[in-house]
Design a protein around this ligand. Structure first.
Ligand code: FAD
Length: 453
């Protein structure tokens, strides 16, 4: 089985690197595609799509391979693998970056920060740009600069017919709208054009840690603190053990802690005053907030979520944290068994909520927080069943507070209702229209699928 006139690498089970090539970030995913078409450019992508259709092969599209649901790889079909397409070209005058469809966030942050520029990206630098952007894109900078999709200026897309289109506000605007939140349903994006903003290069950023027993007290403070926070302040709360990083003193390693990570996307001098109350609150075990290069902050969490470990997530959006919701979180957040399992809660608002709901296909812009409940285990460890049950119990306890879900945090097979929840009825129905127009045969269905009519 071979694609003609394909410039990249074609990998099958007979090749020595097959097992490496089929592995994705989530080690719990173990699938055996018939062919991995590692593309060298848009022409290869188009050839792979046409080949798959001619041979009636299921298609999986791989950007960074980071999605917890493992949709970047399929059994028996073809993986259209963009991992060799990671080039990033920065235009500092226009403040834009041209990013190939297989790039990771680390590939974007380094060259853009060389010019003191950045755009909203993921908080782990080995996450793929493509999947993250197509689902919306939340990160430290979103309250100031919007979601990643709010900074998407254009995309080059190979459609289900193998045609290469450019989508922007002026060209195929319906497709451009759908790409900004609708995931990989509409084609294979070979290149993204992203708007950049002056950021750093030095920012005041880092985490403050408190003992897990202080969770309710800290969250009540945190609720009021972020309610009035300026847009420059991005925060993520992490519930788990203190990671054994060199910057964390040995005696805190693996201790259950509540961690509030912060990044101020503005002058360090302004940030000091904004962050002072957070750093002074209660009895912090450790305060690692310090001026640091933005690019370093972007990779600070990388080693806490390594490739090849196994993961299972449940996730939901949440409203502002009322006292009762805080009690629910405090009761469940530390009830897992693996020292690597954790929950992470992103604070949204700011610029995210100021973009009109109909402007992009990202749903639920008005929510306050996105929380993921993440069971983590390594091969040979017996945490899986207990911690998967923990995520489900925690999720059930949040039931009456749930307000939709971020599509990129959905697990495998959560069902069509949850995909609908990610968008809300109005956005979802419009996505179905665009899907029907650009992919009426549902060629791109190995994803959080929006079915054509
Ligand atoms: C540890 C971790 C941290 C994360 N942090 C954040 C965060 O801070 N902010 C955030 O918003 N999200 C975050 N995410 C979620 C992330 O957005 C998704 O996992 C996303 O799918 C990753 O993109 P990828 O390209 O690596 O995905 P992949 O696994 O490669 O692909 C997932 C799906 O995206 C589609 N896709 C991928 N590439 C393309 C392409 N070139 N063209 C068309 N469709 C494509 C396909 O449908 C594919 O099935 C995080 C995930 C993890 C595991």
């Amino acid at each position: 089985m071979e694609i003609d006139e394909f410039q990249g690498q074609q990998i099958t089970a007979d090749d020595a690197d097959y097992d490496t090539a089929r592995a994705v970030w989530n080690g719990a995913i173990d699938r055996f595609p018939r062919l991995i078409a590692r593309c060298s450019g848009a022409a290869d992508v188009a050839a792979a799509v046409r080949f798959a259709r001619e041979h009636d092969l299921e298609i999986a599209v791989r950007g960074g391979g980071h999605n917890v649901a493992g949709t970047a790889v399929c059994d028996d079909g073809i993986v259209i693998d963009l991992s060799a397409m990671r080039a990033v070209r920065v235009d500092p005058d226009r403040r834009t970056a041209q990013v190939q469809g297989g790039a990771l966030w680390g590939d974007v942050d380094r060259p853009t920060q060389a010019h003191g520029l950045a755009t909203t990206g993921g908080i782990v630098s080995h996450t793929g740009v493509a999947g993250l952007t197509l689902g919306g894109g939340i990160g430290w900078l979103m309250r100031k600069h919007g979601l990643t999709v709010d900074n998407l200026l254009a995309a080059e897309v190979v459609t289900a017919d193998g045609e290469l289109l450019r989508a922007s506000e002026d060209q195929h605007p319906d497709l451009f709208w759908a790409l900004r939140g609708g995931g990989g349903n509409f084609g294979v994006v070979t290149s993204f054009e992203l708007r950049l903003h002056p950021v750093g290069p030095e920012v005041l950023a880092g985490p403050v840690l408190w003992d897990a027993g202080d969770t309710a007290e800290v969250l009540r403070f945190y609720r009021d603190f972020v309610r009035d926070a300026p847009d420059e302040l991005g925060t993520v709360v992490r519930f788990g053990t203190a990671p054994p990083l060199p910057v964390v003193p040995l005696e805190l390693h693996w201790r259950p802690v509540l961690l509030v990570g912060a990044c101020y996307a503005g002058p360090v001098a302004d940030a000091e005053a904004v962050l002072r109350p957070l750093r002074a609150f209660g009895r912090p075990l450790l305060d690692l907030i310090a001026p640091s290069p933005y690019v370093n902050h972007q990779s600070a969490l990388d080693s806490t979520v390594l490739h090849g470990w196994s993961y299972y997530w449940k996730s939901t959006y949440l409203p502002e944290l009322g006292d009762d919701l805080i009690e629910v979180i405090a009761e469940h957040a530390f009830a897992c068994t693996s020292p690597r399992s954790y929950a992470a809660m992103f604070h949204l608002g700011g610029a995210v909520g100021r973009v009109p709901e109909a402007a992009t296909a990202f749903g639920n812009r008005q929510v306050s927080h996105a929380i993921t409940l993440d069971a983590v285990w390594r091969r040979g460890e017996d945490h899986a069943d207990r911690d998967i049950a923990w995520t489900r119990r925690f999720f059930a306890a949040l039931d009456s507070y749930r307000e939709g879900v971020y599509v990129n945090f959905l697990g495998a097979d959560e069902g069509p209702d949850r995909i609908r929840d990610a968008y809300g009825a109005g956005v979802y129905d419009r996505l179905v229209d665009v899907k029907t127009k650009y992919d009426s045969n549902n060629v791109f269905h190995h994803n959080q699928n929006i079915r054509p009519r």
